[in-house]
Design a protein around this ligand. Structure first.
Ligand code: HEC
Length: 110
């Protein structure tokens, strides 16, 4: 019996660590969708659609604009302007997520 209990304990612990190690970090795309950025922006190149695509810029080539990652992060926190305009919404998640999101957006190029 003792052996069986030990075996079960090891199995449970291994399972716990295995799921911990393989738990995937959200990608920039996940964060984009979870943050509902696509209520306004489409990203056609990523098959992301927006019902308001006609009103807001598509971000398919935002990485070609020469925006620095640090600037984009601040822009999405409404700390700086781009083209003399503030972003209409402020990012509400954690900084770490915003960095992943900004980094991913800047990979979107023609
Ligand atoms: C309420 C609508 C709305 C939402 C939601 C929104 N945006 Fe925007 N976004 C805009 C508008 C409007 C602009 C353009 C502002 C301007 O004219 O300069 C913009 C501009 C941008 C730009 C710069 C585009 C360029 O070509 O200069 C980026 C990058 C961006 N948004 C990313 C995001 C991200 C990431 C999210 C989600 C966290 C998001 N936006 C959510 C409306 C929105």
């Amino acid at each position: 019996m003792k052996l069986a209990k030990t075996f079960i304990a090891i199995a449970v612990i291994s399972f716990f660590f295995a799921s911990f190690i393989t738990a995937e970090e959200p990608t920039g795309k996940d964060i984009f969708l979870n943050s509902k950025c696509n209520t306004c922006h489409a990203i056609a190149s990523q098959s992301i659609t927006s019902k308001q695509a006609a009103k807001y810029p598509d971000l398919s080539t935002v990485g070609d604009k020469g925006i620095a990652q640090a600037t984009l992060v601040k822009y999405l926190k409404k700390e700086v302007k781009l083209n003399d305009k503030s972003h209409p919404v402020k990012f509400k998640g954690e900084d770490a997520q915003l960095n992943v999101l900004a980094k991913w957006l800047l990979t979107l190029k023609k």
